[in-house]
Design a protein around this ligand. Structure first.
Ligand code: PDD
Length: 278
């Protein structure tokens, strides 16, 4: 495995970062996960725009040629289907101090790992998942893709311990998103998802689903969704770059619809597949 670290493409086991790096000490750091299919970045521009948003929010000033760097990294890792992880931290001051020193040199790291191309494999290979609903314990800037993922990790673990694959989070009576995904519901042929704001991450897959819904005449709306609506929905989906669109067939002890992958899900999956192959 070759990784990128601060200007160098090096073997993963030779890549090291200072213990005083603010990413390590404070999670003073942001990230992206970008799928590459057959060596080509999927919605790369959208991911890079969101990265800019995160960096601006942290006031990390970085001029960087992501397209060239990530292309080179993917090439060095043999191309194909890979998810690229990238992380930018504020850097190291050589000691632990809370206050931000604007003169630090950001740490830039990127690595790859193989992913499945679920679109290539087809809709019948997709297994519906079970999710739990639990309290959203995160801060109020979930629009920033920060590496401070402890709440996300703990709720995922809670889900796993209950035999579920994902957790949908609830705050002030409304559902926000999953531990590492957005979610959608279908009610009588209409697609709903919570609106963008500081309570959720603006998912690139979410945005594409809404775009493709519009292009294909599928009615859709951004709306507050509560627990009752979720468990009574005809269909529930989750979406993320690494998992694509996955149907949810069970929420806590409630079966979604007839317990099978939904029809609108299947249609959207096929629309997505065509988009991805074009
Ligand atoms: N997570 N919401 C959260 C909290 C996420 O962590 C993610 C993605 C998403 C979906 O965003 P996108 O469709 O752009 O991948 C929504 C990535 C995959 C991760 O943390 O590994």
């Amino acid at each position: 495995d070759t990784v990128y670290l601060n200007g160098e493409y090096i073997p993963a086991d030779q890549a090291t970062v200072s213990v005083f790096d603010r990413g390590f000490l404070f999670s003073d750091s942001v990230y992206e996960v970008i799928p590459f299919y057959q060596g080509v970045g999927f919605r790369l521009e959208e991911h890079l725009q969101r990265l800019e948003h995160s960096l601006r929010a942290l006031r990390i000033d970085l001029k960087f040629d992501w397209v060239a760097t990530l292309s080179r990294l993917v090439e060095l890792n043999g191309g194909g289907n890979l998810s690229v992880y990238l992380q930018v931290t504020r850097g190291s001051a050589g000691k632990r101090v809370h206050a931000i020193d604007h003169h630090l040199r950001p740490t830039v790291f990127a690595c790859c790992q193989p992913i499945r191309d679920v679109y290539q494999e087809g809709a019948d290979k997709v297994e519906g998942i079970k999710v739990i609903v639990t309290a959203d314990l995160r801060w109020h800037r979930c629009d920033i893709k920060s590496t401070c993922l402890l709440p996300n990790i703990l709720v995922l673990q809670q889900a796993r311990e209950l035999g579920a694959q994902e957790a949908i989070l609830q705050r002030d009576g409304a559902l926000t998103e999953g531990a590492s995904c957005n979610f959608f519901i279908v009610e009588q042929g209409v697609l709903y998802t919570p609106p963008i704001g500081t309570e959720i991450l603006s998912g690139t897959t979410r945005a594409l689903i809404l775009e493709l819904a519009d292009q294909n005449g599928i009615p859709r709306q951004e709306a507050k969704i509560d627990y009752q609506r979720l468990i009574q929905a005809d269909e529930v989906w989750i979406s993320s770059s690494t998992r694509a669109i996955v149907p949810v067939v069970q929420i806590d002890d409630y079966v979604v619809g007839d317990g099978q992958n939904g029809l609108l899900w299947q249609r959207m999956f096929e629309i997505f597949t065509r988009y991805q192959h074009q």
